[in-house]
Structures are given as structure tokens and as C-alpha cells.
Design a protein around this ligand. Sequence first.
Ligand SMILES: *Cc1c(COP(=O)(O)O)cnc(C)c1O
Length: 375
Amino acid sequence: MQNIPFNKPYMTGRELWHIAQAHQNGHLSGDGSFTKKCHTWLEQSTGSKRALLTHSCTAALEMAALLAEVKEGDEVIMPSFTFVSTANAFVMRGAVPVFVDIRPDTLNIDETKIEAAITPRTKVILPVHYAGVACEMDTIMDIARRHNLIVVEDAAQGIFGTYKGRPLGSIGHMGAYSFHETKNIIAGEGGALLVNDPVFAERAEIIREKGTNRSQFFRGQVDKYTWVDIGSSYLPGEVIAAFLWAQLEEGRGIIDRRIAIWDQYHEALAPLEAAGKLRRPVVPEGCVHNAHMYYILLDSLEHRTQTIANLKRQQIQSVFHYVPLHSAPAGVRFSRTHGSMENTDKLSERLLRLPLWVGLDEHLPKVVAGLNEAV
Ligand SMILES: *Cc1c(COP(=O)(O)O)cnc(C)c1O
């Protein structure tokens, strides 16, 4: 019997062709012609002022932390139900993640709990668009405006998702994408920072280029380049950008194929939801998701553990997700919570992610049948 993996990276077939072209071009360091193509594509498709490829979403978040100028003891409000990098990028600058609870419907940060968590040290609000479903951005942007805070969107899972017609990652002052091989659009390891507020654009280029004004030099805006600020090396080489370009070119098609699978799951699992055996994902009005993930919520941790084991016996791989950061060892050391974490604690124990990858279509009946037996 064939094993059905949880994830299988999709490749368009053009990646190697573009990489050969990069090889031929002889420009292998960063910011060559493929990087420029990716930048232009990201800027045009999101409306962001400046898109910059990075090694990872983690690197893009680190850049955002530098640009937001968070200092020792500054606070960043974020969900605990997220990947470690959301917090770590800011902890590395001495900032303190302040976790607030998530909404039971989308598992995104509960926007109604943010304002009460603001203190004089608060500098940034960091919404994470879980599963490519948008946070309630109008409310979050309004709170940020009134309290003079910077909004950084962790849109690692969010490319091609929208909120009231606006691309995820393009709504806050900055947004971060991931092109890790587990995401929808991939480069192996890779990411991008969207700089939406032009105030940060020039410094973003400098921080990404080791603290030099090299980008301006290449555009002929200065006649020599030199050390002007703090910074690091956050730009990927052209081989990665060439790979990514093949994915972006076919991006819409990749997302549509994922959505077709997501829709089939959603329809096929409706009877199990009606029978009270599981809960399906909720996509609020105004949010268009990108089919990053299909998850279900079971009624308890025990039931989830049994379901994973049962599916595994049927050669179907399913996985749980984040251990809430506030209960992780480093979370206890570096961060604090504000208010109850009830939804975070309960829902993270009940969540189960099902296989979703381009090409899963032919195996989908088996996964659905397996789940009917397992739950
Ligand atoms: C994947 C992910 C990241 C990290 O992305 P990398 O590109 O691997 O650094 C950060 N935040 C969230 C929510 C993610 O899903």
C-alpha cells in the first residue's frame, strides 16, 4: 500500500531551466536579474512599495525587528499559537513578546484582546495569518494608528491570500513571506520582506546589504558605497531566486490547484462536521484564503492522538501543529502572556493537519475514507 505523505514539494519543471540561465549569466551572488524579476512580481502583485528577497521568512522578520527599532524591554503583541521565528526575531533584539489569545474560529490573534495588552513599552503588533486566512486587519490597523504602533504581518503562510481584496503582507507597515519548501510557493529556503511604508524602504535595503548603501550605488544614486548603518547579509543568491522565479510565474496556477483540493476536503468532511465528529476550518467573510492548509479540530487531545495513529495505520500521514510559545521553555524565559490563553491551549491540542499538496487529488478519496474510519 502506498504511503500518503503530509507534504510533497511541487516543482513546475522550469526551475532547473532558470537555474541554468543564472549559471549562464555568470551572476551568482544576490540581486541579479532573477532577484529583480521576483522583486517586480512581488511589488506588482501586492502593491507593496518595496519587496526584498531574503534567505527566509525568519530573516525577513529579523529585518522588520531592526527596522522597527525595537530595543531592550520593548514589547511586541502577538499570538502564542505561531512558529518560533515570529517571537525569536524580536527576542534577539531584547524585546519581550506579549502573547494574547486567539479567536476560536480562525485561530488568529483575537483582535478584541489586543488593546488591553498595550503598555507604554509596546512598539509592534504582529498578526500571523494562520493557514493563509487573514486576521481582522481593519481593527488591528486602527488600534495601531491610535497608539502609534508599527504593524508587522507574519504572512509566512499568506501569499495569494487577501483581506477585503488586499493581499496579505501588504496591509501592515511591513509583511514577511516564507518560501520554505512546506509553504505554497517554494524556493527550498527563502522569504521576502514587503516594505509597505516607504519610510522604511531605504534603510531596509541598507540593513539587507550588510549595513552598506550598495543598492543605491548600483542604481547610480551615490558614487561609492560604504558602511552607513548596522546590518547583515539577508539576500539570497541568484540560484535560489531563479528557482523561485519559476514558482512565481506559475503561482496562481499552483494556488488554484491547492484550492481545488481544499474545496474537495471541505465538501467531503461536511457530513462528519454535521455528525459532531470534527470541526472544519472557518474562513470569515472578506477573507480569501490560499489553501495553505486543511486542518480539522477534534474534541480532545486523546481523540487527536488516536486519529493520527489510526490514519498512520492506513498509511496516511497527518500532523499536529504548534506547541503554544508561552508554554515552551524559551517562551517562559523570554515572554509573557496577557489575559487567558484558553483558546490557544485548548485548540492547539485538538488541531490536526491533513495532507495537502499539488497532485494529492487522486489520493483524496482514500484520505477522506480513512478519516471517516478514524474519527
Ligand atoms: C514557516 C513560518 C515561518 C518561518 O519561515 P522560514 O521561511 O522557514 O523562516 C514563520 N512564521 C510562520 C507563521 C510560518 O508558518
